[in-house]
Structures are given as C-alpha cells and as structure tokens.
Design a binder for this molecule. Structure first.
Ligand code: SF4
Length: 326
C-alpha cells in the first residue's frame, strides 16, 4: 500500500491534492501546523469532510525563531513567508520519515503565485527542504519533474494534474468530479500578515531577549495594550469576557489589577513592572471605569504570590496615556 502525507491548510487546492491521489488508491493523511499566529480550524473541517486522518504539529517555536531571524526577510508585515513555507515542508518531511510514509504532497499549483509558485521556487523549496524527489504537487505534477514514487510506478503520473496559472476553472471541474460541497477560503488568517497585530508583536520582540515565551505571544490577541514609560506592559480588558480571562491569568503568574469602588476593567501585567508604572496602570483603568465625578479610585493589586493590597489613585487623562497604546 502506498501512503502519503499531505499538507492540508483547509484551502480548496490542498483538499483537491488529496482527492486526486486517493482516486488511484493511495492512502492519504493530512498534516497541519498550529502556532499563536494561525490555527487549525479550516484544516480540521476539511479533514472531516474528506474523511482523512489529520495530524496537528506544533509549529510555535519554529515560527517564533523565524520571526526573530528570517533568513529571507519579511513580506508586507512580519510574515517570513518564504522561510515559513520551507520550514513547514521540512517538518512534514521529518514526519514522513518518522511515520514511514512514501512522500509528502502539497496543494501548490505551478505559476498560481508568480513569486512563490513559479518553477524555480518550487524546485528550490524541494531542494532546501531535503525532500527532493519526495515532494509531490499532484495538481501540477505532469508539468514538473517526476518524483521517486512516480518514477518507480507506485504513483501513476498520467492520472495526476497538469494545472498551471491563476485560472480556477480546472479546480472547479475537480470540485464537481469529487462532489465537494463545502470548502473554506484559502488558508489566510495568519496574524503575521496583520499590521495592527504586528505592532504589538514588534514591541514584544524589542523588549525580549531571544524568543518570547509562547504564552506572552498568545496574549497579544487582546486588543487594548500599553507600554508604560518605565517599560511595564499591561493589557486592559475591553469587555466582561476579556476581564474574566485576564483575572484568570493570576493563576499563570501574572499580576492583576481591578477597580474596587467603581465598575471598571481588569488589567494584567506582562513581565516585570516598576512601582511607578503600577500606579500609572491603576490610573489608566480608573479612567476607563464608570467613575462619574469621583476622583479617588481604589484599585486592588493582586500579585501572583502573596497578599493583595489596595492603592488609591486619580484617573489619568486619556490624552496622557493614549500615546502609550500599542
Ligand atoms: S502567511 Fe503566515 S503561515 Fe502562511 S507562509 Fe506566511 S508566515 Fe507562514
């Protein structure tokens, strides 16, 4: 039995690659990567529809190292796409060897993206990932050099695709042929391509030596964050759900602040904070609170260990702390 492992992003092309190979009796399984910047929901949905086993690999350390040091640089934001793609293929190759699969396949289509999917880039990725001869692109296979399992006849090359370019018509024909009812929009959803998110990420990298902890990166999803003048960093809840989640972070070793004598947001401190910044943080959440004409606001400080205590502060003027927002 020939067995392959396919990168399954959940986009249509990655699904069709699997369908095309299964049509000739090849046993296919999917692999997808998770990290604080992208999830696996689309791939899980696609795997369910196709009825293939899906392996989820944690890619967090790989992608964080690349964000710290991208050999081929970034795309439009902090997305090290060239290196990320090559690293994913490399990891899939390791998975192939460990699991005794015969090849790795992807849904890439020749010339669909002028820069990253031209003939030269596809060959470079195969070579640099150490998978030369074992990296199959079923949708365009007939236009590319044959892989080892095609050469030795385990895969029938004549039944693979010869798709090239951006025209989606051939894919639509395959959708009808395989009766695919539902397919999510192509991968997308990578936070590293979002400039607003990357402002916070850049700040975190600038204030961390080496690779930031995954838990700190995951907290960047909260939208209201500040870097205070003394270097302290806080997250301030925007709604009840945020506040509840932030309160729960005390158990994970974070210092928490919340207003006592008025309804107001909860804040969590990321990393170390000076006493001066702590009081500024208390003044910021006081300003966001429902304070009316009250000027003396009591804020409870809950350290990760030890007794909690209260401080009394005045709300800070918004124009003072607005520039500290990330
Ligand atoms: S968009 Fe994100 S997940 Fe996709 S290749 Fe680029 S960095 Fe990697």
């Amino acid at each position: 039995m020939v067995r392959g492992i396919s990168l399954l992003s959940g986009g249509l092309d990655s699904m069709l690659a699997i369908c095309l190979l299964r049509e000739q009796g090849i046993e296919m399984e999917g692999v997808v990567f998770k990290s604080p910047f992208f999830g696996t929901a689309s791939a899980e949905k696609a795997a369910q529809q196709l009825g293939v086993k899906l392996h989820i690999l944690d890619f967090s350390q790989d992608i964080l190292s690349l964000v710290r040091n991208p050999p081929h640089g970034f795309g439009g934001a902090m997305n090290p796409c060239i290196d990320c793609h090559a690293a994913m293929i490399r990891r899939a190759g390791e998975f192939m060897r460990e699991g005794g699969y015969d090849f790795v396949s992807t849904g890439e289509v020749l010339n669909q993206r002028p820069m990253s999917q031209n003939r030269k880039s596809l060959d470079t990725v195969a070579k640099s990932s150490g998978l030369e001869g074992f990296l199959l692109r079923p949708l365009s296979a007939q236009l590319l050099d044959p892989t080892v399992p095609e050469e030795d006849g385990r895969i029938d090359r004549s039944r693979l695709g010869a798709i090239s370019g951006r025209n989606r018509q051939p894919q639509m024909e395959l959708v009808r042929r395989y009766g695919l009812k539902e397919y999510p929009s192509p991968a997308g959803g990578c936070l590293l391509t979002e400039k607003g998110f990357c402002r916070k990420l850049r700040d975190l990298f600038d204030h961390t030596e080496g690779i930031p902890p995954v838990a700190d990166v995951e907290l960047l999803r909260f939208s209201r964050q500040f870097r205070l003048p003394g270097g302290g960093r806080i997250i301030v809840g925007r709604n009840r759900m945020d506040n509840l989640t932030l309160k729960g972070l005390q158990k994970e070793g974070r210092l928490i602040l919340h207003t006592v004598n008025i309804p107001g947001p909860t804040a969590a401190v990321l990393g170390e904070i000076s006493q001066a910044d702590l009081l500024l943080a208390a003044s910021i959440i006081s300003d966001y609170g429902d304070k009316g004409a009250l000027t003396d606001i009591i804020v409870r400080v809950i350290p990760p260990q030890g007794e909690s205590y209260e401080v009394t502060v005045n709300p800070l003027a918004r124009e003072t702390y607005q520039p500290w927002m990330l």
